[in-house]
Design a protein around this ligand. Structure first.
Ligand SMILES: *Cc1c(COP(=O)(O)O)cnc(C)c1O
Length: 401
């Protein structure tokens, strides 16, 4: 009898009790809008921004309505104009190229490596081929961090501004520096499947007062920017307040109230995710035909999902693995499927961008499989998941030989 996994890959933990209490008190107050405060009151949104900036070691933070909105706002703040070409990862999630397209700008995709990170050689080549490129929107897709020192060298040398998409790296580090602290601005998501859960939401950080003043104006601050506890001083707004359009995307106090207690628990949650990741990694090591992603020593990751590669397998055999694991309760996502199912993460699904074929990326995407590791799974659950994947991959691999 082969074992069957019974867990649910899309079931997150409940919202903690103290967060529910904080939410109830916002609801009872009726003051859900971030600028609606009682005499002497500090809003939940402003307090969240202050705490988030402190947690990430940034000078400024802005809470907004989604991760995708945070990214688009960062691109606007750094000055991306309609028609501009913006570099980004060929392997990321749809809101990333979508944010570029929302400004009328054009994504230029950079290849992905076997480590699932942006290909720095291709990045350097694309920058040197196109002197008009001024911005890289770097996505730390699925929590994999590239050599950030090298990346910043390449971009700084060419005067390319880096905006970081940290949807999967909240609390992660490269060589001791928190993810999101290398670029000019960094965007986080607090959507249900990320590291903090407010249903929808996002946060933007920066140390640059001018960029943050613009971002706060863009988010729709109704000239109430002095109520921000993690914003730049009032003089930073003087230059921008009449010339920056309001593109409303504020976070409300209800979401902020839910997030603050979760943020206080972030380190513990990250350790719990990594324990689950390590268990799956241990269980899959040395499986014939299967490549576990090697993580560099400089990378301190936070992994709420797991990726492995079936490199150079036929589509038919990858499909067999998907079906066999699926029959045993292990839901794998395959980025290489001919038709995207329920999500898009590959450059050729975003056909509004005119992109030549990317052979290196195609090879990786054809072989990359992904599973979520929500904290409702125990470490033992993760060991069982790894056993099932190992069995089924070995079975299909041996039959193919
Ligand atoms: C989730 C996600 C985002 C932002 O998503 P929203 O749903 O807009 O909050 C951005 N980048 C990546 C890689 C993501 O996975």
């Amino acid at each position: 009898m082969s074992e069957i996994f019974k867990g649910n890959f899309t079931q997150q933990e409940p919202i903690p009790e103290d967060a529910i209490e904080a939410a109830m008190s916002v609801l009872k107050s009726g003051r859900l809008h971030r600028y609606n405060v009682a005499e002497g009151e500090l809003s939940q949104a402003a307090l969240l921004e202050q705490e988030f900036a402190a947690a990430m070691g940034a000078k400024f933070a802005l809470a907004v309505s989604s991760g995708g909105y945070a990214i688009a706002t960062a691109l606007r703040a750094v000055g991306v104009q309609p028609g501009d070409r913006v570099l980004t990862n060929a392997f990321t999630l749809a809101p990333v190229p979508g944010a570029i397209a929302s400004l009328g700008a054009e994504p230029v995709f950079v290849e992905v490596t076997e480590a699932l990170t942006i290909d720095l050689e291709d990045l350097a080549a694309k920058i040197s081929q196109d002197a008009d490129i001024k911005v890289l929107l770097l996505s730390h897709m699925r929590g994999h961090i590239c050599d950030m020192d090298r990346l910043m060298q390449i971009c700084d040398a060419a005067g390319v501004i880096v905006v970081e998409d940290c949807a999967h790296t909240m609390g992660a580090r490269w060589d001791g520096t928190l993810s999101g602290r290398h670029g000019a601005m960094a965007a986080y998501s607090t959507q249900t499947y990320k590291h903090l859960n407010s249903g929808e939401g996002g946060v933007l950080i920066s140390d640059d007062p001018d960029l943050m003043a613009r971002a706060i104006m863009l988010s729709g601050s109704y000239m109430l920017y002095e109520r921000h506890l993690a914003g730049p001083p009032a003089d930073a707004f003087e230059k921008v307040k009449y010339v920056t359009p309001n593109i409303s995307g504020r976070m409300d106090n209800l979401r902020a109230a839910i997030l603050r207690p979760q943020l206080a628990q972030l380190d513990g949650q990250c350790a719990a995710w990594n324990a689950r990741y390590a268990e799956v990694e241990r269980g899959l090591e040395n499986t014939p035909g299967l490549t576990v992603i090697t993580r560099p020593d400089a990378e301190a990751y936070v992994m709420s999902s797991f990726q492995f590669l079936l490199l150079d397998w036929s589509d038919a055999d990858v499909n067999k693995v998907l079906a066999r694991c699926g029959a045993r309760g292990v839901e794998l996502k395959w980025f290489g499927g001919a038709e995207p199912t329920g999500f898009t993460s590959r450059y050729d699904s975003w056909r509004y961008a005119d992109t030549p074929d990317m052979p290196k990326t195609n090879r990786i995407l054809r072989g990359v499989l992904d599973l979520r590791l929500p904290l409702t799974f125990s470490v033992e659950d993760c060991a069982q998941i790894a056993r099932i994947i190992r069995d089924e991959v070995s079975m299909v691999y041996q039959a193919a030989e």
